[in-house]
Design a protein around this ligand. Sequence first.
Ligand code: DP6
Length: 324
Amino acid sequence: MTATAIAHPNIAFIKYWGNRDDALRLPCNSSLSSNLAGLETRTTVLFDPSYTEDRFVLAGKAQEGASLKRVTDFLDLVRNLARHDIYAQVDSANNFPAGAGIASSASAFAALALAASTAIGLKLSESQLSRLARRGSGSASRSIPNGFVQWQAGEGDADSFAYSIAPADHWELIDLICVLDSGHKTVGSTAGHALAHTSPLHALRQERVSERVELCRKAILERDFALFAELVEEDSEFMHAVMRTSTPPLVYWLSETEIILWQVKQWRKAGRALCCTVDAGPNVHVLTLKNEVDWALQELGKLPGVKQIYQAGVGQGARLVDEK
Ligand code: DP6
């Protein structure tokens, strides 16, 4: 009873921030993203009746405490679905560094959902898998389907899942991930979501976010970079405004973050196809098109504080690697 799966992280164009139900990870709003090709989590799950507890090994290191608990809680969901009570060994590794500021919970829980459900003998549909992955990490629901993805907020657990709106090869969008400070300690997204409601701007963002999802989806389907860029930056700015005005305030940006955001806006005004989005950390995802990449890499590399730039095109959905 073993299976191995790989999944990519994803970058949200219209963000998930705040839940209607924290335990079920039912989001306040629908969100849009694309998977990040080349960056991946590979996870093997082995259920064995001789085990007396779950084990979780990340990058060769046995995990304990909160990291292990999050995985065992998730395995409990899988066991409940399969009506089995056997323990498992989970071996997981990312091909991108832990300190790179690329959130790994999306690819981690997408790969774990697929590997664990397969290993235990469940045959879940894509939407069932996305719902399951969502319970581990909200954004993981979006790493299940292929390419460009929409996570519909839904009414409840049954219809809150993600689906592909266009395949990976629909549009040659490139994410240049500018790493500023890999070691920065911040409030994690799970704790952050719980604070969203304390911001007076949260309700205001919610008023407009469905409209932004619809427009951004249209921009992606029509490959309209100018419209896409405006919506992506507006939503990222708005989410960070919500974060900053929460109690306590969450400030993820460094001064170098602001410099990149400002500079990219200037370049766009001058006709370059570039825009920015920032997750729960200081690093800037600069989204651009293939023909701008060489120029952008050169110019971004000159900006203060940029330690490294990762490049990712649009990736596939989660998939099985090896079934025994
Ligand atoms: C800012 O999915 O990481 O990246 O469900 O608690 O694991 P949990 O949160 P997570 O939140 C992602 C927040 C974000 C925006 C986004 O990816 O939509």
